[in-house]
Design a protein around this ligand. Structure first.
Ligand code: NAD
Length: 344
C-alpha cells in the first residue's frame, strides 16, 4: 500500500450543504485527515444557504469547481416542497450527466432485525418521472384542478444504466442483476426498461444472471427475504423509493451512501436528506457520508484506504458500542468522528 506521504494529492469539490450537512461534512474532514486521504478539499456552496446569500442555490463557482475537479463530495441539500426552486440535486445530475446512481447497502450495525445484508441498487438518475415534464390544468377557479406528469425513458438511457449494472456486478464479484419495472401497468414507460434489460442480459449470459421483479413485489420481498437479491437496477423513481427501503434494512438512512457517476464526473453523497428536524443539534449520524467518502476512495483507486475506513466504522459501532442517537446510542456527531479516528 502507498504511504500517505507518497500518495498523490487529488483535488475534490466539497459541498457542506444544508441542515445537518455542515455537521457531518466536518466529521468527514476530521476522519479523512486522520486516514491520510489523498483529497484536497475545494469547499463550495450550494442549496438553501447559497440561495439566501447569493440568490442562486447552485452558484456558477460551484459548477466551475466540479467541472475542474471532476470529483465532488456533497452534503444533503434542502429542496422546497411544492413551489420554490427546482431540486439542486436533480440539476447537478443533469448538468454533469451523472446517469448512474449507485447505492450499496451493507450491514454496518450487527444484531439488528436483518443481518448480513449486502446489496447494491443501481438507479437510473436522469430519466423517468424526474425529467420535470409536469403541469397543472385549471378548471373554473381552481388553478390546480388537474395535475399531469409525463415520464420519459429511452432505449439508449435504459441500455446505458442496465449495462452499467451488469458491469458493476462483474467488477464487484456479484452473481445476479434484478431488473425492476412496472411493465404490467406502465407498459411502454417501464416495459421498455424490461425489454432492454432482457437484451443486455444476453451479452452477459454465463457470467451474470438476470431476473426481473415488478416493483411492488420487489418492495415486499425486500422485507420478507432481502438475501435473495444481489444487484438491483431500477428506473429513477422506483430506485429512489427502493433505496430508502433498503437503507431501512440495515438500520436507516444514517447508514447508506450513494455515488452519482457520469462519463467524466462523479459525485458522492449520503442517501439521506438535510434532516431539518435535528439540524444544529450536533447529533446527526455521519456514517452515510463517511461511507460515501469510502466509495469515493474506491473510485479513485484507493480501495485499501476505503477498507480501513469501513473497518474503523465497524469497530466503533460494534466493538466500542459508540453510536449516535438514531442507532440508540448517546454519542454526538463529533464524538463519533473522534472514536472512528482512534481506530485509524
Ligand atoms: P431526511 O433524509 O432529511 O430525514 C428523514 C428522517 O431521517 C428524519 O427524521 C431525519 O432526522 C432522519 N435522518 C436523516 N439523516 C440522518 C442522519 N444522518 N442521522 C440521523 N438521522 C437522520 O428526509 P426529509 O426530512 O424527507 O428531507 C429533508 C430535506 O432533504 C428535503 O428538503 C429533501 O428534499 C432533502 N433531501 C435531499 C437529499 C440530497 O441532498 N441528496 C436527499 C433526500 C432528501
Amino acid at each position: 500500500m502507498t504511504s500517505s506521504t507518497q500518495r498523490s494529492r487529488i483535488e475534490a469539490t466539497l459541498i457542506p450543504g444544508d441542515g445537518i450537512g455542515p455537521e457531518i461534512v466536518e466529521a468527514v474532514q476530521v476522519v479523512f485527515h486522520a486516514l491520510g486521504s489523498p483529497f484536497v478539499w475545494n469547499v463550495q456552496q450550494a442549496g438553501m444557504g447559497a440561495a439566501h446569500t447569493g440568490g442562486d442555490p447552485l452558484p456558477a463557482e460551484t459548477l466551475q469547481s466540479i467541472r475542474r475537479t471532476r470529483l465532488a463530495l456533497k452534503g444533503p441539500l434542502t429542496t422546497p416542497i411544492g413551489g420554490g426552486f427546482r431540486s439542486v440535486n436533480v440539476r447537478l445530475r443533469e448538468e454533469f450527466g451523472l446517469y448512474a446512481n449507485v447505492r450499496p447497502v451493507r450491514t454496518v450495525f450487527r444484531g439488528r432485525r436483518y443481518d448480513n445484508i449486502d446489496l447494491a441498487l443501481i438507479r437510473e438518475n436522469l430519466e423517468g418521472f424526474y425529467v420535470g415534464f409536469e403541469h397543472y390544468v385549471a378548471i373554473g377557479d381552481d388553478p390546480h384542478a388537474v395535475a399531469i406528469a409525463s415520464g420519459v425513458n429511452t432505449r439508449a438511457g435504459a441500455r446505458r444504466i442496465i449495462k452499467f449494472a451488469f458491469e458493476y456486478a462483474l467488477r464487484n464479484g456479484r452473481r445476479r442483476v434484478t431488473v425492476v419495472h412496472k411493465a404490467n401497468v406502465l407498459k411502454a414507460l417501464t416495459g421498455l426498461f424490461l425489454e432492454t434489460g432482457r437484451e443486455v442480459a444476453k451479452e452477459f449470459e454465463g457470467r451474470i444472471e438476470m431476473n426481473d421483479r415488478i416493483v411492488d413485489a420487489c418492495a415486499m420481498q425486500l422485507v420478507t427475504d432481502p438475501w435473495q437479491f444481489d444487484v438491483i437496477v431500477a428506473t429513477n423513481l422506483f430506485g429512489d423509493i427502493l433505496s430508502d427501503e433498503m437503507a431501512g434494512l440495515v438500520g436507516g438512512l444514517g447508514l447508506a451512501p450513494g455515488a452519482n457517476i457520469g462519463e467524466h464526473i462523479a459525485m458522492f453523497e449520503a442517501v439521506h436528506g438535510s434532516a431539518p428536524d435535528i439540524a444544529g443539534k450536533g447529533i446527526a449520524n455521519p456514517i452515510s457520508l463517511l461511507l460515501a467518502g469510502g466509495l469515493m476512495l474506491d473510485h479513485v483507486g484507493e480501495p485499501d484506504l476505503a477498507q480501513r475506513l469501513r473497518t474503523a466504522i465497524d469497530l466503533t459501532v460494534n466493538e466500542d458500542g459508540i453510536r449516535t442517537r438514531d442507532l440508540d446510542g448517546g454519542a454526538s456527531t463529533s464524538e463519533f468522528a473522534a472514536a472512528v479516528v482512534r481506530h485509524l
